[in-house]
Design a protein around this ligand. Structure first.
Ligand code: WT7
Length: 635
């Protein structure tokens, strides 16, 4: 596979400039040279950004699983496609070859068809990180069913709303899941969720934990016996380039999650291309992305990206702290992992533990290490660089979103010099721009603005399932003709991008546009403060005022809360200006957070406004109990 492999910075700029001048030629050549198609496209791209209407590889015919599996069989049939590393280190690791993956997916595809699933039907997959999860996803893609994977940490009500939103006909789940020293009752959660899901006709259940579950007659079937009887061959469905591949829900600025719809060919082309170039993938590598397949990172970089490249990908069922804080490093050592891709929150939590956990394992197999999901702070970057990469593995700080489908801004390893906290340069084919408040494009370097993308890219989401207007309003209306990411960014003196955080968390106070993030940063510098979150609330004179929710460290000398409130405000004043002073400060023991560690500001905003009527879906929180505590102590 060629993929325009980038060997040095000069070549990067050459490819980049060419890709911008002639995007159709650029993506067309990648698509042509690296995949198998039933039929070629009439046009590389067709779009109207104002209407949020984008099509790639118009009228081409393809099946993504033919590209993920079948075409590798002749040369790499015996190569390991998936290494399954179980939660319990004493349970045996499973190596699934490409041949084996083919027959597993073919059997599963045949079972789905026998159970009445047809092209275009939605199938909800609610499974732990076990091989059946990968197989179920690929089997859906094989027959043209649209998979909607729901992260197996979501509660019954979150599952219900997602299943109903896209009217799933089937659910694939398991009796339970292992997580550290706990088991999770997945089937019980599905049973509860399905009480209010009229469209679901069948539930296929994988046996994993062997815990007792109730099986509803005529609805629930054990999967393994069905697979046992299935034929290990399957003719793939011929899909149009723009046929839906999957729906994946992401939270928005309202309580209702957005079902981002990704389609077939564009997603295939860009996930494969980015995997190859961002991770510098070579044939004998072992790639490990620690995300859950329930998130976009897992879809694109545990499954589709690696398999499209005929790679070996690790599927890890466990958690970083079980049986001890050395687990990640032990797995890297055990499987001689060459690329490791994780999140800043995981890095920070492991950096907090003794360095002995990481230093005692052999990590010399690593070549490239990556970060994704939020801005990586300087301290975490350096710890990752020193202790994991041993200062010889480039860190790829990859910026992208559920909506973008694959990586957009990132260093190319060994090509782009890295810079802590910077995602650096756009991938060839990607055209980021910074916009000012007057909706003008900001030219030049050493500037800050709202991050937009001004030309379509193949793996972008095409719509929000069932609500194209919301898709248009959310992403294509703030800056007409451009896709608005919701993030703010700065471009430094050499053109490197640093993502500074969401710009939709701005509050207008007395006509001044205040980002909450810099105020929080200032507050967090106060020695008594552990963490803070700022939101706006309506104010008669100022329009909006600021409300701060602050977690304190255990520091004895700061017992006097009134004094502390004053001190914090003085601190903010001196760092940002008197305009940024907080009208209200509430000391709290925790903040409502999503599982990926993001603060749910929507809930804090409601509390600050004094509106306790409807907090939306709080079931996706890591710590839902904190909401009542904050509410009850509101000032
Ligand atoms: C938001 C997207 C991309 C898959 C995982 C998250 C933030 C993501 C970075 C990064 C700074 C980042 C942005 C983005 N984000 N990667 N490398 N540096 N911020 O997907 O849940 O759709 O979240 O995560 O704010 O908009 P997501």
């Amino acid at each position: 596979m060629s993929y325009y492999k980038i060997n040095n910075l000069e070549q990067y700029f050459k490819h980049y400039n060419k890709s911008i001048r002639e995007p159709r030629k650029f993506w067309g050549k990648i698509a042509e040279e690296n995949f198998v198609w039933y039929q070629a496209w009439d046009k590389v791209v067709d779009f109207n950004m104002g209407e949020a209407d984008v099509k790639w590889f118009v009228n081409a015919k393809v099946n993504i699983t033919k590209n993920c599996i079948d075409r590798h069989l002749a040369k790499r049939g015996e190569k390991t496609a998936i290494i399954f590393e179980p939660n319990d280190p004493n349970e045996e690791t499973l190596h699934i070859s490409y041949n084996d993956l083919y027959s597993r997916v073919a059997k599963m595809a045949n079972v789905l068809r026998e159970q009445g699933i047809k092209k275009g039907d939605r199938v909800c997959i609610y499974l732990p990180m076990i091989p059946e999860l990968a197989v179920a996803i690929l089997a859906c893609a094989r027959i043209g069913a649209i998979h909607s994977v729901i992260f197996a940490g979501f509660s019954a009500s979150a599952v219900t709303s997602r299943i109903n939103d896209c009217e799933c006909k089937m659910v694939i789940t398991s009796d339970g899941g292992f997580r550290g020293n706990k088991t999770v009752d997945l089937k019980g959660i599905i049973d509860e969720a399905l009480e209010k899901c009229p469209t679901v006709e069948k539930v296929l259940v994988v046996k994993r934990t062997h815990t007792a579950v109730s099986m509803k007659e005529g609805r629930d079937y054990w999967l393994q016996p069905l697979l046992y009887d299935a034929i290990p061959n399957n003719v793939a469905e011929i899909m149009d380039a723009e046929d839906p591949l999957f729906i994946l829900y992401t939270s928005g600025s309202t309580g209702k999650p957005k079902g981002m719809l990704h389609t077939t060919a564009g997603y295939m082309v860009q996930t494969a291309y980015t995997f190859k170039n961002i991770f510098n993938h070579e044939d004998n590598d072992v790639f490990w992305c620690t995300a859950d397949i329930g998130w976009i990172t897992g879809h694109s970089y545990i499954l589709y990206g690696p398999l499209l490249n005929g790679a070996t990908t690790v599927l890890f069922e466990g958690i970083p702290s079980y049986p001890d804080f050395g687990r990640f490093w032990e797995v890297i050592d055990k499987h001689q992992v060459t690329q490791f891709y994780t999140a800043p929150t995981a890095i920070r939590s492991l950096a907090k533990e003794s360095d002995e956990w990481v230093d005692k394992y052999d990590l010399t197999s690593l070549k490239v290490i990556g970060s994704v999901g939020e801005p990586i702070n300087e301290e975490a970057w350096h710890w990752y660089n020193d202790h994991v990469g041993k200062k010889k593995c480039p860190i790829v700080d990859t910026w992208w979103q559920t909506e973008t489908g694959s990586i957009m801004i990132s260093p190319v390893p060994f090509v782009t010099p890295t810079k802590p906290t910077y995602a650096t340069l756009p991938l060839p084919g990607i055209q980021p721009v910074l916009m000012d408040e007057l909706r003008n494009e900001i030219e030049g370097n050493q500037v800050v603005g709202s991050l937009c993308i001004k030309f379509p890219w193949p793996s972008m989401a095409r719509t929000i399932w069932g609500d194209h207007q919301r898709y248009k309003d959310t992403y294509f209306s703030a800056f007409p003709g451009k896709y608005f990411t919701g993030d703010g960014a700065l471009r430094d003196e050499v053109g490197y991008y640093r993502i500074t955080g969401r710009v939709d968390d701005v509050v207008i106070v007395s006509g001044h546009n205040l980002g909450t993030a810099p105020i929080e940063d200032a507050i967090n510098e106060h020695p008594a403060v552990a963490e803070s979150a700022i939101v706006g609330f309506p104010h008669d004179i100022k329009g909006n005022a600021l409300y701060g929710f602050i977690i304190l460290k255990e520091i004895g000398e700061y017992r006097d809360r009134d004094n502390l409130t004053k001190e914090i405000n003085e601190h903010v004043s001196s760092h940002i200006g008197p305009i940024a002073k907080l009208d209200k400060i509430q000391f709290v023991s925790g903040l409502p957070k999503t599982r990926s560690g993001k603060i749910m500001r929507r809930i804090l905003r409601k509390i600050a406004e004094g509106d306790f009527s409807n907090f939306g879906d709080t079931s996706t929180l890591l710590n839902p109990e904190i909401v009542d505590e904050i509410k009850d102590n509101k000032i």
